[in-house]
Design a protein. Structure first.
Length: 202
């Protein structure tokens, strides 16, 4: 069994090297969580018209260069995933299929990070890429639901911010002065002493 696994790995590496001229990144084992309620499916990424007009060999050269430079899923329109997807549309050979399978975990991780950082447009784009790579990927329902929940929370926060900005400021009332102390009557003895002193002076 061990020799069979080693032999299978060697065949995969040889296929990638023979097709791409460069070694694809090693995929990491990622266990997708249980999918939740499925949200609306994001629109698939629109294919780049420039890639459709490009001949197969220049397209393959660009795909290999993007793979070597680790431009796996970004920038949009100039990354290895989109190049290999365009190649797969023309001829789904073993090397192209293996390269896309190797890059899929990286697209998954990037999608999770984009949603966590509320980069919703980027998350939407990456979910579209992942859908084109494998429309039956186990992580897709979870990612769609996470994107939906994050979008709703962002919309609520934006609505609250707009409402707070539109609300007129509360009127500020002037400070209330402290109550004045009532005048105290002069004691009778003090008044008698004052009158006596006045008479003595007279």
């Amino acid at each position: 069994m061990r020799w069979a696994m080693v032999a299978g790995a060697c065949v995969l590496v040889m296929a990638l090297v023979g097709c791409n001229g460069a070694r694809a990144p090693v995929a990491q084992d990622i266990t997708a969580s249980e999918p939740g309620a499925e949200a609306a499916l994001p629109e698939p990424v629109t294919e780049n018209p420039a890639l459709e007009r490009m001949q197969t060999q220049p397209l393959r050269v660009r795909a290999e260069a993007a793979l070597r430079e680790q431009r796996l899923h970004s920038p949009a329109g100039d990354n290895a995933v989109e190049y290999y997807l365009a190649l797969r549309e023309r001829k789904a050979d073993a090397g192209v299929t293996a390269a896309l399978a190797e890059m899929q975990p990286y697209v998954l991780i990037a999608t999770e990070q984009a949603i966590a950082q509320q980069q919703l447009d980027e998350g939407h784009r990456l979910i579209g890429l992942l859908t084109r790579m494998d429309s039956h990927a186990p992580a897709l329902p979870r990612l769609r639901e996470s994107l939906r929940v994050t979008q709703e929370r962002a919309d609520r926060e934006e609505g609250a911010r707009i409402a707070a900005t539109a609300r007129p400021p509360a009127a500020v009332s002037p400070p209330t002065p402290p109550p004045s102390e009532p005048s105290r009557p002069v004691p009778l003895r003090t008044r008698q002493m004052t009158i006596s002193g006045t008479r003595s002076i007279a």
